[in-house]
Design a protein around this ligand. Structure first.
Ligand code: ADP
Length: 498
């Protein structure tokens, strides 16, 4: 049943509407109690009224039964006083009274049709044994009760008639039975009248509840409509102000999450714009230089061959620089791609660093810089060889590039059970404190002219940082101007896929 309901709620679009669900809940919550109250009160009324009627009649009948004995009615049924009492009782309750003697003969019938007849039934026999019975017949709408007519044993003994002893009172004997049936029609009529009134009230209440539920459900979901229209406005580009719908805590949460998303997108958009303008600027610089060089050659009509050669060498250098920027940009784009592009393999990190140092060796040597490698232990880790090599190459190349004559670069490899660490320390120019926080930004160079002179693009550390982050590692830097810089890299030994 529940599964079926769930199926309907999931598959029928209209049933997924919050408005409809609220409406249904409010209608149910309103209608169920009114229906329960109607049936509970009315059902109770009938039960109670029948009970009251039964005990009323029982009292009357008991009094009458005493009168019957007092006036010896069983011997003489023509007594006016008693007959009047019996008629009054049957008229009052719209009923019938039969008086039966010990021979099961009907001595009195208030309807006057069964006198003289014999009547034997289980109830009458039980009553002669002292057991009074009252039955309610709901289908035919009447209450039937049997009452014993008793007399004292002594008084009766004188008459010489055989009679059964009342089991409840041993000194009394049962000389007859009163069979009384009274109608419950008036109770049923009152019940029907009340039921009709209750139904009318219930119908009016239902209409009111449905109208109220409709209004409430419209009102309750209104803030959600406001959220979606505010989001639509932003989507359509009318505004990019943060939105606020504070009617509910829930709408506040949704709106907060949306505002955060929007501001993140704004930051991304700004940084993309900045990046595009930086790229254009960086790519334009070598082209401008080439154009200036070429123009000045064209302007000079009889430029000597040597000048041509000199300018062509400069142009080739600019092309080389342009090429380097484009290569770095492509590497950066590749690094920025998510971890899905990683080719993770278990690699010997000692070996990887040795290869890098061997490659950089000649450049360092040409500057008289000593390369020192200290490996604390054998390290094998799960890394993307190409990306991680590029990261370490950039760090060691920088350590050589921004070093002083006859300086040194020390590379230390170590590991614990979770991470391996690589420290690259140089004895170079250092990084001013105010620039340390920016060196990982794209195109950021501490000293533009100096960096360009030594062939920097400002993208190397950005590439390095992306490569390390994609391995879920971290990179830190400490530096002192004129003394040197240390880069500390920490990478998990085992790649953690997200
Ligand atoms: P570049 O291609 O210019 O070297 P990087 O992104 O590799 O770009 O480095 C950014 C800037 O950080 C460099 O321009 C340089 O000023 C500074 N820098 C990087 N490494 C070092 C270092 N080892 N010593 C001093 N400065 C450094």
């Amino acid at each position: 049943m529940l599964i079926k309901l769930e199926y309907y709620f999931k598959n029928f679009r209209i049933l997924r509407s919050l408005k409809l669900r609220l409406f249904l809940i409010l209608v149910l919550v309103g209608l169920i109690p009114t229906t329960i109250m109607r049936y509970a009160f009315l059902g109770n009324y009938v039960e109670r009224a029948v009970h009251v009627r039964t005990s009323d009649v029982q009292n009357q009948v008991n009094i009458l039964s005493n009168h019957l004995t007092l006036y010896n009615y069983l011997q003489d049924t023509s007594l006016e006083v008693i007959n009047a009492e019996l008629d009054q009782l049957s008229n009052l309750y719209d009923g019938r009274v039969l008086i039966i003697d010990q021979n099961f003969r009907i001595v009195k019938d208030t309807y006057g049709i069964s006198e003289g007849k014999t009547m034997i039934s289980e109830e009458i026999i039980k009553c002669f044994k002292g057991e009074s019975i009252s039955n309610v017949d709901n289908n035919n709408h009447y209450i039937e009760m049997t009452t014993p007519i008793t007399d004292t044993a002594e008084a009766y003994a004188g008459l010489g008639i055989d009679a059964s002893v009342d089991s409840n009172k041993p000194d009394s004997i049962i000389i007859g039975v009163m069979l009384t049936s009274v109608s419950t029609d008036s109770i049923n009529a009152t019940y029907e009248l009340l039921d009709r009134k209750a139904l009318t009230i219930q119908l009016i209440m239902s209409v009111l509840i449905i109208a109220l539920a409709f209004l409430m459900s419209q009102l309750l979901v209104k803030p959600f409509s406001r959220v979606s229209s505010a989001i639509s406005e932003i989507k359509d580009g009318y505004t990019d102000e943060p939105i606020a719908v504070n009617d509910y805590l829930e709408t506040e949460h949704i709106v907060d999450a949306f505002n955060q998303l929007q501001s993140r997108m704004k930051v991304l958009d700004d940084s993309r714009q900045e990046f595009v303008s930086n790229v254009s600027h960086e790519l334009k610089t070598p082209i401008t230089s080439m154009k200036v060089l070429a123009d000045s050659l064209i302007m000079q009509e009889d430029a000597p061959k040597e000048l041509y050669k000199e300018f062509m060498v400069d142009i080739a250098e600019e092309i080389e620089r342009e090429n380097k920027i484009i290569t770095d940009l492509l590497s950066l784009v590749k690094m920025d791609k998510t971890a899905s592009g990683l080719h993770v393999e278990s690699k010997d990190i000692n070996n990887l660093l040795e290869i890098i140092l061997k490659r950089i060796g000649p450049i360092a040597e040409s500057k008289g810089i000593e390369l020192i490698y200290e490996s604390m232990r054998e390290v094998t880790a799960e890394v993307d060889e190409v990306k991680i090599s590029q990261a370490f190459t950039n760090l060691i190349e920088n350590a050589v590039k921004y070093n002083r004559e006859k300086g040194s670069v020390t590379v230390v490899l170590d590991a614990d059970h979770q991470f391996f660490t690589v420290e690259v320390t140089d004895t170079g120019i250092g990084i001013p404190q105010e620039d340390v926080d920016h060196i990982f930004e794209r195109f950021y160079r501490v000293d533009k002219s100096h960096s360009t002179e030594i062939g920097g693009t400002g993208l190397g550390l950005a590439i390095t940082r992306s490569a390390i982050l994609v391995h879920r590692g971290s990179i830190k830097v400490t530096s002192e101007e004129g003394i040197g810089t240390t880069f500390m890299v920490k990478i998990p030994l085992y790649y953690i896929a997200s």
